[in-house]
Design a protein around this ligand. Structure first.
Ligand code: HEC
Ligand code: HEC
Length: 490
């Protein structure tokens, strides 16, 4: 392994280049882009479609921390945490990266396992072509199959299921539903208030002890589930994983058109992010303050200006590189302040009994500099709505024709809801929680497409189009471009 200085669009960047000389020196794939010369020890700098992202490790773990159990084989199927949380994809996986892994290994890389990698655990994986079909959800959208049953005491029951893969409800495994979900990034975790899309690994609320409790439990469940370990991992192993993953910070550092995202007074990149404080419930506009005791929205002090990273670029004149920088600053301003009439969002309009709430992107993405929700706030913005036509698109234009569709009936009222994933409701059993998911951290978005819990937005442009349609924003082409430029710089 040899460090070189590589010229990249006029900017000097230190990148470690991996030289494979004979099989004995072949490095693990996740070592690509690793560099021990970072200010905090090990860093990863990786190229993506709009520039470069970097993951830093503020505890100064050794390069790629390969002795940490995060990188070790703790189960029986060859899976490690890093199998689905890759530094090269900002600690998640991308559909494009998975297709490359499939081609390089003929579909035998450890992520291609039938317990939760294939569309059904019963899928035929005996030939290359069979594997291509069996793993289609992973290959097209980077989706892992999460199996969860409806709790016995739930307020609802499964009435019927559209089951394209033969394993969504009514199977040998206690009627578990097959839910196809994106691996959430295992980075920037200090900003989390809620662990997992449905919050199922959030047991205690509101302190650093709580997040430690949640994440060490999560490390064990992930090993038992994804890696099929027959027995629990010990406390020291859980703590070592926690110690590693909670010191990671990831953000975009370089944009093809705007250049260095921390130049000319801007504050992009993981270094600045790692200095930002997080307060559980801080800046929450939906009314759960830090103590969790008082959930009156009147008491919350909310500042909609959640991102200030690109403030310094707002006044730049629109020529050359500054043109791209000004666009990112305009996108940031739209994200913070563009008025959005929030309607029919379960978790807001129903819970607060307000048919219209005028907010902005930051009403839901309220954690300063991270963009997740600072208190648990499962919301249904329509990502799990079923397809409405033969084209497989749902009412907001998301492509979900390949998903199972569940028809649920309220046991008391007989009311019907149709969703591709009941989300939070499978944890609480509550009817109102059907289709609710957490808002994830919005840093390091470029390089880990596709987006939303079910990967239904292929690119950030699709995500912006979704919001434009869903909330009737009537964005101009320039506003869309500005928002996209901002999101990919995070
Ligand atoms: C087979 C792929 C796979 C493996 C292996 C895996 N994960 Fe995950 N991880 C996922 C998926 C999928 C989710 C989201 C699931 C959901 O929310 O229902 C997730 C979620 C997470 C989250 C939650 C982040 C958040 O924002 O809530 C953390 C933390 C995490 N994983 C850490 C780990 C650790 C630590 C290991 C190893 C012990 C591991 N994962 C192994 C696929 C995987
Ligand atoms: C009413 C609440 C709400 C508003 C307003 C909102 N979001 Fe979201 N956002 C969410 C939730 C909830 C999710 C996760 C949804 C899911 O996957 O089911 C999400 C997910 C996302 C994601 C995908 C992240 C990932 O890792 O997959 C992006 C990008 C995003 N939002 C951008 C925006 C932008 C840009 C705006 C403003 C135009 C906005 N959001 C407004 C609630 C909201």
């Amino acid at each position: 392994m040899k460090s070189v200085l590589r010229q990249y669009s006029g900017q000097c960047v230190a990148v470690a280049v991996v030289l494979a000389i004979g099989s004995s020196t072949l490095l693990a794939p996740w070592a690509l882009g690793a560099d021990s010369a970072g200010p905090h020890g090990s860093i990863y700098t990786v190229h993506n479609e709009s520039g470069m992202a970097r993951t830093i490790n503020v505890a100064g773990f050794p390069v790629v921390a390969e002795s940490n159990p995060f990188f070790l084989d703790l189960g029986v199927n060859g899976r490690r945490c890093v199998t689905c949380h890759e530094p090269t994809n900002n600690m998640s996986v991308s559909a494009a990266g998975l297709r490359a892994r499939f081609e390089a290994t003929d579909g035998t890389d450890p992520i291609f396992r039938t317990n939760d990698g294939s569309n059904s655990p019963l899928a035929d994986v005996s030939t290359l072509e069979a594997r291509r079909t069996a793993y289609s959800m992973l290959l097209t959208k980077g989706l892992i199959r999460v199996g969860i049953s409806i709790p016995a005491n739930a307020e609802f029951e499964l009435l019927s299921v559209h089951d394209p893969y033969g394993y969504a409800g009514n199977n040998a495994n206690g009627n578990e539903l097959s839910l196809f979900r994106r691996p959430l990034p295992s980075t920037n975790l200090v900003f989390l208030s809620t662990v997992m899309w449905d919050g199922r690994e959030t047991f205690q609320k509101g302190s650093s002890a709580a997040i430690h409790f949640d994440l060490v439990d999560q490390a064990n469940s992930a090993t038992r589930g994804h890696a099929q370990a027959p027995s629990p991992i010990d406390q020291a192993t859980r703590d070592a994983i926690f110690a590693y993953e909670t010191t990671l910070y990831t953000a975009q550092v370089f944009d093809r058109t705007a250049g260095d995202l921390s130049a000319a007074g801007a504050q992009g990149g993981p270094e600045t992010l790692s200095l930002q404080p997080f307060m559980f419930g801080g800046n929450d506009p939906l009314g759960c303050n830090a103590s969790g005791a008082n959930c009156d929205p009147q008491n919350a002090t909310f500042n909609p200006i959640v991102f200030t990273e690109f403030d310094a670029w707002a006044s730049l004149t629109r020529t050359g590189r500054n043109r791209a920088r000004a666009a990112i600053a305009r996108g940031q301003d739209l994200f913070n302040t563009l008025p959005i009439r929030i309607t029919n969002v379960s978790g807001i309009n129903d819970d607060f009994n307000a048919p219209v709430v005028v907010g902005s992107c930051t009403t839901c993405h309220d954690t300063p500099h991270a963009g997740d929700h600072s208190a648990p706030a499962p919301l249904n913005i329509g990502i799990a709505d079923p397809p409405v036509g033969a084209d497989g698109l749902n009412a907001s234009g998301l492509a979900i024709g390949d998903m199972p569709v569940y028809t649920l009936r309220n046991k008391t009222t007989g009311e019907i809801k149709v969703v591709t994933d009941p989300g939070r409701a499978l944890i609480t059993g509550k009817w109102k929680d059907v289709g609710r998911f957490k808002g994830p951290i919005l840093r390091g978005l470029a390089g880990r497409a596709p987006y939303f819990h079910n990967g239904s937005a292929a690119t950030l442009a699709h995500a912006v189009k979704f919001y434009d349609t869903r909330f009737n924003l009537n964005l101009t082409e320039q506003q869309k471009d500005d928002l996209i430029a901002f999101l990919r710089s995070l």
